[in-house]
Structure formats: C-alpha cells, structure tokens
Ligand binder design. Structure first.
Ligand code: SER
Length: 544
C-alpha cells in the first residue's frame, strides 16, 4: 500500500544505504570531520577517506570493490566555503551529510548513472520530466575532453523515459563539471542530477533548462557523480590514475527537503518553501529556539539587496543558529576544538557568529550548549559520537559562549559608536576592526557581517596591516624553539604555517643544513603524528 506521508529524513538516509547494499556495496561509517589529508581544514566530501585507495597507495578492503555511506562534511573555509551564505537562502549549510556510493576500479560511468536514475526515479519517485543531467565539456584551457560516454548513457536513459536528451542533458565547464577535492589530489569530470521545482503551471523542460546551474533555488542540483580519473598536481597537470573510480555525493538535506517539501512529489506549489531548513532535520532545533525566544520560525527569505524585515531577521537567525550548532557539535565530537589557530579558529569564528545571532534574538547568556541535547537525541542514533561526547561538546560550547558573551555587548557598543562618530557610510575603519578583534574577540568576518548589514565594507587592508604588525611583535617576543630535521636539530624561531589558504608563498631562508632549508614561513605541511609532509618546489633567485 502506498505510504501517505513522505519519508522522514531517517527513512531517506536508510533507503539510500539499503539500495546500494542491494547493489553489493559495503556500508561503511562516516569518517571523522578531522581529515587525514593535511591540505584540508575539515572533511569536506565523502571521498576524503578513500583518497589513499584512489591514488593506489592503499588496497581496497571491500569485495566487490564498492562502498556507500553517509558522510559528515563541513564546508567553511578552504576551497569549498559556504559560511557567508548560511541563513540567507534555503540551501546553504556549513555542516551537512553527503550520501555517497563508490567504486574503486570496479564499475564506472554506465552503472553509476543507471543506479542514480533507478534510485531517484523508481525507488523515490522523482518525476523524470523534472530531472536534468549535466555533462562535462571543457572550455578553453580546461583539462580532459568532453565526456561523450556520460552523454551517451544519459541519452539512452532519457530516451527510454520518453524524454528528449537534447532538452534534459546540459553541458557544463570546469567550474561545474570537473570535481576537485582541493587544488591537488584525485579528480575528474562529473555529471550532476538537477531537479526542477517550478510549479506545474510553469513546468516547461525546454524553457526551464536555462535555470540549470544558474544559482536559482527553483532548479537545484541533488547529486554529483564524479568519474575519478586524474591526480591533479596543483600546477595545472592532470596525470591519469592507475585505475578509474566512481565517487558520488548527494546532498542529504536537499533531497530530504524536496521529498518532504513537495509532500512526496504531489505538490510543487510551495516554491521558496522547499528548503533544507523545512525538514524534520531542523524542526526539533527550531522548536527549542521558539520555546526559548517566544518567536516563531516562518521560513521567510530576504529579497536580494533589500534590508531584511524584522521577521526575516528572526528567520535568518534561526537558520544560522541551527546550522552552526550542528557544525560545532559534530566538529567537537570529532575532537576539533575551538582555538586561535587553523581549523580551531574557523570553529571559534563559527561559534562567535552563532552567539551574535543568539544575542540578536534577545538571549544574553549561553544557549547554544543547551541545544546540543536536542541534536544528540535526534541524531545520536546514526552518529553515536554525539551521545558519547555530549558532555565534552556541551562544556566546550558553554565555555566559549561564556567568554564571548562577556565582551560581545561592549564590542557591539564600540561598533555602534564608531559608526556614529566616524560619519562613514561606506567603509568601516580597519583600525577599529582590529580593536574589535584584539580587545573584544570579534573575528574579522563577524565585523564584516555587522558592517554588511549596515551597507558598509570593512577596510580589510587596514585591518591586515595591523594584524601583520602584531604578528611581527609576537614573533620578536617569541622564544627560540628547537627545530628538528633529518640532519639534526638546532634553535630557531618556529616556522609560520600558511597552509589551508595558500599553496605558495614568499619566505626567508633562516638556515641551510645538509641540504635542508629552514624557512620563516611556509605553505608546506611538515611531517607530524603519522601524517605525510607536503612536497613541492622552491624558487631561489629565479632557479627552481
Ligand atoms: N566528491 C564529490 C562532491 O563532493 C562527489 O562525492 O561533490
């Protein structure tokens, strides 16, 4: 008998995993959000944990060589960064789950495409005429060739469904249809599935295809099928890998939003209401926020460029807080702690951003920590680490909240004073942004957010100049440290690590010892705790 209500998020997740188990995939656990790869801030894709297998550096432990899972991902910094967009639309999140299936030198494009179609249309019931597939076609200077093979497989599928492939297949260049984890590593052409969410009256597959990849919430990507064939060296070279693999990633919250927001594909009238945030994944967090603030979540979105209304501000705050709590809880659960460095600082920035939104709802004491329990109840079954580490997560978040609440009010007052006194209506002074950072703990992006809300930009070069001077002062005051290299150890100042954001940098050579160069700053990750150091080139006086 047909099910009357659409599937819950938990049922959708399970049905994805069941489907691929039926196709002989081993179901594996999500990897930690703390990546193994030193060039990543956070685990940002399902394929991260399989990189050594793709590169041929580790054997595939699955027989047949296939796997599927749901992977915890954070995209807030580095190559894939969604932080600034969270709150302002229906689909950006910093933390999300990615459902994926993999072949390690086993099946390739034909099966990956056929199974994606089978799951989405037959098992879940997505209407075929609402689907588009994108296929790689390189632009000038882009790697590899047009993916005629993928085009052919999609063409057969759409034709069999009685649909015109010329309408339902859309070509895309490197930006949309060539997937890379970072600047280096396994990569390849990809083919995405997009879903048309326009109401029945506006449904016209031929006319609507211009909305594919147009950043329009009415026609969105749900699944990315990557055909891993190359290993980018970061210098524009893409040598082929020893074998060809499949890496797919489906946005779990997006798929859930479509299935639930259309009431199981029976109602497409609610355009704009089909939102990741209107699902049972976020509802319990919103319930808690409503209980605490007495305000209601009504899922409004600000119009582009317009100043948000009071209710829109509340809805933005609800989305940001709920997203950021999920991000913080899962990251801390995986041992990534807020700090002043690297990924720890990204986390601290996310937390302070969330605190500011909590504050904007009239709550002036720690509250994010109280939401962890709700999350743990909802998701602790699938991700037991949330329950096991709940106390650590709560205490860490509470401590961070307490310390920032202490300076937030005074920082906000300073911000308002500066606006009044400087008379500026375009640029917020870099020196004041630096003072907010240095004295009140306002990360630059928080000041930028506050400024943007008033239609101002922050003078970032002015801020950076003061930051640089502070770094120099700190360095001068720093004690020498012992640097150990293969050829022995000696005293020097610790090398400043510029990784995550930079792949190259200029630096000063501090010492040369038996063929080892010690520099003052470097984007190269050093060998540490079992991780492998980066390799690359040094250019000195024009010589490499
Ligand atoms: N690696 C691809 C992505 O993240 C598919 O899993 O989109």
């Amino acid at each position: 008998m047909a099910k009357m209500s659409p599937m819950t998020a938990a049922e959708i997740r399970q049905s994805f995993l069941d489907f691929f188990q039926e196709k002989q995939h081993t179901i594996v656990s999500s990897a930690s959000l703390m990546p193994d790869a030193p060039n990543l801030l956070f685990t940002n894709a399902g394929m991260n944990q399989f990189v050594p297998i793709f590169l041929g550096n580790a054997p595939c432990p699955y027989d047949p060589a296939r796997a599927a899972d749901t992977q915890k991902c954070i995209r807030a910094g580095g190559k894939h960064n969604d932080l600034e967009d969270v709150g302002y639309d229906t689909y950006h999140q910093t933390f999300f789950e990615m459902l994926g299936n993999w072949s390690f030198g086993d099946y390739f494009k034909q099966e990956a495409i056929a199974w994606a179609w089978e799951l989405v249309t037959e098992r879940w019931g997505f209407p075929a005429e609402r689907l588009y597939a994108t296929v790689y076609q390189p632009g000038e200077g882009d790697p590899a060739e047009t993916d005629n093979e993928a085009y052919q497989f999609w063409s057969e599928i759409f034709t069999a469904a009685g649909l015109d492939p010329k309408v339902h297949i859309v070509y895309g260049g490197k930006k949309d249809n060539f997937w890379m984890m970072g600047d280096t590593g396994p990569c390849g052409p990809c083919s995405e599935l997009h879903v048309n969410l326009l109401p029945e009256a506006e449904l016209d597959p031929q006319a609507n295809r211009t909305l594919v990849n147009a950043d329009d919430p009415r026609l969105i990507e749900i699944w990315n099928l990557v055909f891993i064939q190359f290993n980018s060296d970061g210098q524009g070279n893409y040598p082929p890998l020893p074998a060809q693999h499949v890496d797919t990633g489906m946005g779990f919250e997006r798929v859930t939003s479509i299935i639930q927001g259309t009431k199981g594909f029976t109602d497409f009238s609610a355009v704009g209401k089909i939102s990741n945030y209107n699902t049972d994944l976020f509802r319990p967090l919103f319930d808690e926020l409503e209980k605490k603030t007495g305000k209601s979540y009504t899922s409004t979105l600000p119009a582009a460029g317009a100043t948000p209304t009071e209710q829109e501000k509340v809805d933005i705050a609800f989305r940001v807080i709920a997203d950021h709590v999920r991000c913080l809880a899962f990251a801390i659960g995986d041992g990534i702690m807020p700090s002043n460095l690297g990924r720890g600082y990204v986390l601290r920035r996310i937390l302070r951003r969330a605190v500011r939104y909590v504050h904007s709802l009239g709550i002036h004491q720690p509250f994010l920590c109280e939401m962890v329990n709700v999350l743990s109840k909802e998701m602790g079954g699938m991700f037991p680490e949330l329950r096991e580490k709940q106390e650590l997560i709560e205490t860490t978040i509470r401590g961070e909240e307490e310390s920032f609440h202490k300076t937030l009010d005074r920082g906000m007052a300073l911000f308002e004073d500066v606006l009044k006194e400087s008379g500026q209506d375009k640029l917020f002074p870099g020196a004041e942004a630096f003072k907010l950072y240095d004295t009140y703990g306002f990360p630059l992006d928080l000041t930028q957010l506050l400024a943007r809300e008033r239609g101002l930009e922050v003078d970032v070069p002015g801020f950076e100049k003061l930051m640089g001077e502070q770094r120099e002062r700190a360095k001068a005051a720093q004690k020498k440290t012992v640097i150990t290299v293969d050829s022995g150890s000696f005293d020097a100042e610790a090398t400043e690590f510029l990784g995550y954001d930079h792949l190259d940098a200029a630096g000063k050579i501090e010492a040369v010892q038996n063929g080892v160069l010690v520099v003052d700053r470097t984007p190269f990750y050093a060998e540490m705790g079992g991780q492998v150091g980066d390799s690359g080139e040094v250019e000195i006086n024009g010589q490499r």
